[in-house]
Write a protein that binds this ligand. Structure first.
Ligand code: SF4
Length: 482
């Protein structure tokens, strides 16, 4: 056995909430490969490479860790290295830009092309590296943005591949290898969802990457370009077989149900989505997935119902805005309800819009939550989930917010921290009010009589009891005004 290849995720993945880390997709075959849930210090002499996936909230943690290791052995990728590769040059030997699952092919690139390649040979990428800065096209208006500034695209005059600094490589998706699920114990996974008991098993799968929609807050088009990249069916099927085996092996007397989450951004966009559901249904797991409301046709709802889809996550997003994808949100929810499929509505709170008093002399926060609650009453989702706005560098929204975000805010990109608000008392109240609207909804007569019972000791109910006890300690703050 050769020296070790170690996969790591930043921030560290050692808590119990979450699903399989994405670095498993990149880890190569071999007995010398391992995944570490803790980002401890390793003995460099025993290690050939460290493969690190870094999310925006893990940048500081990664830099701190990397400074203790032999940085010539570190290869780093993920959203933040894609956006700011130059920030990693002192901490890693190679920086991978964009999505990647084939490290061997990525590292063997002799010429680095302007465009990333993927499994069927079409060019979908949009990353260029010019004069030490990464340029990325943002599809909503065709302009190029460099960390929020708009520049025009400079075409390579020769039209040929350009050799870029060898330490920065566009990633390659080939779907040749099955993700290394064997290196990870899926009993570490935990999800806060309706009907899942603590001991029930949960796993996840990616059938495609990217989304052609252009929601202004979303970093998916920045990472993947404007196209959707589907795994070939045989690769997907292989992966499902591995997951099925792992679910069966982890099964025990305490687990009654199995759950599987499709990580795809918008699953019904795939032409063969029905086939993929049929394959996934062979695991016996209850399936849940993301979709945009405009894709929930009667056929789609039927296919979901036929294949054990128990919940669909639809983005309500910011309830004060109109999104083209949500024009028929009510129809989509009704269709799912008709098929006994739960709806999970996520919503976004822009905390900067909740401070101050509106023209009608009502506090803006009150107006916002009144409107949001009315949407809950109208749509009656089985699950709701609030996220504070996190403006991502490179998205159209970034231009409006970049001046409010400093580097230390990156540590708080967890969607539960209103870091755009600098006053700590106001920020604490913002967190409370987001919790309160959900708690009130779940405990309402309407939810319990017309939607489903809340107090069933599933992970959703238990998590909200935990939050309730945390927020009870904050009640004294509510009447304070800075
Ligand atoms: S539909 Fe979803 S994944 Fe696609 S751009 Fe909008 S928020 Fe992002």
């Amino acid at each position: 056995m050769g020296k070790k290849i170690i996969g790591l995720s930043f921030p560290e993945n050692n808590n119990t909430l979450g699903l399989e880390p994405s670095i498993l997709n990149v880890l190569p075959p071999g007995d010398n490969v391992e995944y570490s849930r803790t980002n401890k210090r390793f003995n460099d002499a025993e290690v050939e490479k460290y493969l690190c996936s870094v999310y925006i909230a893990g940048v500081d943690e990664f830099k701190h860790w990397a400074m203790q290791q032999d940085t010539r052995k570190i290869i780093v990728g993920g959203y933040h290295p894609t956006m700011f590769p130059e920030a990693f040059l002192n901490f890693a030997d190679k920086i991978v830009i964009g999505p990647c699952d084939d490290l061997e092919a990525t590292l063997s690139q002799k010429n680095i092309l302007f465009e990333r390649s993927h499994y069927d040979g079409e060019k979908v990428g949009n990353a260029k590296y010019v004069s030490g800065r990464i340029l990325r096209t943002i599809p909503h208006d065709g302009n190029v943005r460099i960390h929020g500034e708009i520049k025009s695209i400079t075409e390579n005059p020769s039209g040929e591949a350009e050799i870029i600094k060898d330490r920065i490589l566009p990633g390659v998706l080939s779907f040749k290898n099955t993700p290394r699920y064997d290196l990870y114990d899926l009993r570490n996974n935990q999800q806060v969802i309706p009907d899942k008991k603590v001991d029930d098993l949960a796993t996840s799968v990616n059938s495609s990457f990217g989304c052609p929609y252009r929601c202004d807050f979303c970093c998916t088009p920045v990472m993947f370009g404007p196209s959707i990249i589907a795994k070939p069916l045989d690769a997907f099927s292989r992966e499902i077989n591995v997951l099925k085996d792992r679910l069966d092996a982890a099964d025990n007397v305490n687990s009654k149900n199995k759950f599987m989450f499709f990580r795809d951004e918008n699953f019904p966009l795939l032409k063969d989505y029905r086939k993929r559901l049929e394959i996934a249904n062979e695991t016996g797991a209850k399936l849940y997935l993301f979709a945009s409301a405009d894709r929930i046709t009667a056929d789609v709802a039927d296919a979901f119902s036929d294949n054990n889809v128990y919940m669909v996550c639809l983005g309500l997003e910011d309830p004060t805005k109109d999104y083209p994808k949500n024009k028929k949100l009510k129809d989509a929810v009704d269709r799912l309800k008709k098929n006994d499929i739960y709806t999970y509505l996520s919503f976004i709170v822009d905390p900067t819009k909740l401070v101050g008093v509106s023209n009608s002399k009502v506090e803006k926060g009150k107006e916002f939550y009144k409107l949001l609650y009315e949407r809950f009453e109208e749509l009656k989702p089985e699950m709701v989930c609030g996220n504070f706005l996190m403006p991502f560098p490179g998205t159209p929204l970034w231009d409006d917010y970049y001046w409010m975000v400093s580097e230390k805010d990156f540590n708080h990109y967890d969607s539960k921290t209103p870091f755009l608000i600098k006053n700590e008392l106001v920020a604490a109240k913002m967190r409370y009010f987001m919790f309160e609207v959900q708690w009130r909804y779940y405990n309402s007569d309407m939810y319990n009589n017309e939607v489903r019972r809340f107090d069933v000791s599933d992970t959703l109910h238990l998590r909200f009891l935990e939050l309730k006890s945390q927020f009870d300690n904050m009640l004294g703050l509510l009447h304070l005004r800075p």
